[in-house]
Design a protein around this ligand. Structure first.
Ligand code: KIV
Ligand code: ZN
Length: 396
């Protein structure tokens, strides 16, 4: 089956940046944007221009700097918002205006204080105004997954009639389940899109830890754009993680015949750059880019890895840009891993030497969480010294 292209819409600089502890200054945003372009994402959402002067400046600067990628700016459906986004994007090589309004009853009643009919009218006006400034207009129905489906489809139809070519279905509060979300995407596809040249996009939050699973289910149901962030940063529990979606598509191409244009060897460097800029690392066991994502400590795993990495690895560290040593020496490590590390350090141990050093190694590993190369060298010289002290007949 021929692969279908999935557009990767990165919102690290907008949805990611607006979450606690993730703010970036202008220069930092431009550095991240350059790396996102290098990574090969299709769209960079650079900010929400009406929200602050900083966001406005960031969209302008990223649009000026990144000429080989679409640059999107977010706005609500008011005239002032749309105009601010249009001005910030002026001069962009590939501009996209992304306009959003909520569609769930709870948001209409308590946040917008608008009727359903008023929201449809706001949608129409915002999208047609935006179309004067950008060929590509994306419309998002905030809280789509808790919206009445018939009403959601009506709003989406109004957006398409007014000129939107991308319809985004956000799971704003991370509430939906994969099978349910897939059904919703099917419905939007059948009832709104039909054979019109309109792309369905999804934007999933991770409150139940399902953002990536929901995004993949949506792709299988017909979505052709995914919105995501590096390291999964974003409001509350975060957004769908870009690196996880991209690698799921690559590693499970047998089940998911869709391709993203991302250069996967740039995933880890991009993750590292972001962590360095925002000042916090991802959790060690985070898929793809966590410190332990390719580390093996258990003895039987290390033995399998040494015989053939395919025993315990479904992708190589190099494929995501990680070149670190995969075998971590600790109290669960076995003789094979220890011997291999000594070989890497330039020592080829005889079986008796390995036995002696392994005994000391396990004692040390009970006291110390990680054993470093320096520890191994000290252990080896301790074994050698002990040997020298033995009487000739005992050593023989
Ligand atoms: O989560 C959300 O609904 C959003 C929209 C602006 C797309 O971030
Ligand atoms: Zn969001």
């Amino acid at each position: 089956m021929a692969e279908q292209r999935i557009a990767v819409f990165d919102t690290t600089l907008r949805d990611g940046e607006q979450s606690p502890g993730c703010s970036m200054n202008l220069e930092e945003k431009v550095r991240v944007a350059r790396q996102l372009e290098n990574l090969g994402v299709d769209i960079i959402e650079a900010g929400f221009p009406i929200a602050s002067d900083g966001d406005f400046a960031a969209v302008k600067a990223v649009a000026a700097e990144c000429r080989n990628v679409t640059v999107a700016a977010l706005c609500r459906t008011t005239e002032q918002d749309v105009m601010k986004a249009a001005i910030a994007l002026h001069g962009a090589a590939h501009p996209r205006i992304h306009t959003v309004v909520a569609t769930s009853d709870i948001h209409l009643e308590y946040k917008l204080k608008k009727s359903r009919a008023e929201v449809i009218e706001m949608t129409r006006q915002a999208v047609s105004l935006a179309r004067n400034f950008a060929e590509e207009v994306e419309f998002s129905a905030e809280d789509a997954t808790r919206s009445d489906v018939d009403y959601l489809c009506e709003v989406f139809a109004a957006a398409v009639d007014a000129g939107a070519s991308i319809l985004n279905v956000p799971d704003t509060v991370g509430y939906t389940l994969p099978s349910e979300f897939a059904r919703l995407i099917h419905t939007v596809r059948e009832r709104v899109v039909g054979d019109r040249p309109v792309t369905i996009s999804v934007h999933c939050h991770n409150d139940l830890g399902l953002a990536v699973a929901n995004s993949l289910a949506a792709i299988e149901a017909g979505a052709r754009q995914v919105e995501c962030t590096i390291n999964g940063i974003g409001e509350r529990a975060g957004n769908a993680s870009l690196e996880e979606i991209v690698m799921a598509l690559k590693v499970r191409a047998d089940q998911l015949p869709y391709a993203a244009g991302v250069r996967t060897e740039e995933l880890y460097p991009t993750s590292q750059l972001l962590s360095e800029i925002i000042g916090f690392e991802v959790q060690p066991n985070k898929a793809i880019v966590g410190r332990n994502a390719f580390a093996h400590e258990a003895g039987i795993h290390q033995h399998g890895m040494i015989s053939n990495p395919l025993c315990y690895e479904i992708m190589t560290p190099e494929s995501v840009g990680v070149s670190a040593n995969r075998l971590v020496l600790g109290k669960h490590s076995g003789r094979h891993a220890l011997a291999l590390r000594y070989e890497e350090l330039g020592y080829s141990l005889q079986p008796s030497e390995l036995d002696a050093v392994y005994g000391r190694f396990t004692t040390l590993a009970d006291r110390k969480k990680r054993i470093y190369d320096q520890d191994l060298i000290i252990l080896l010289s301790a074994v050698a010294r002990a040997d020298e002290r033995l009487p000739v007949e005992a050593a023989a």
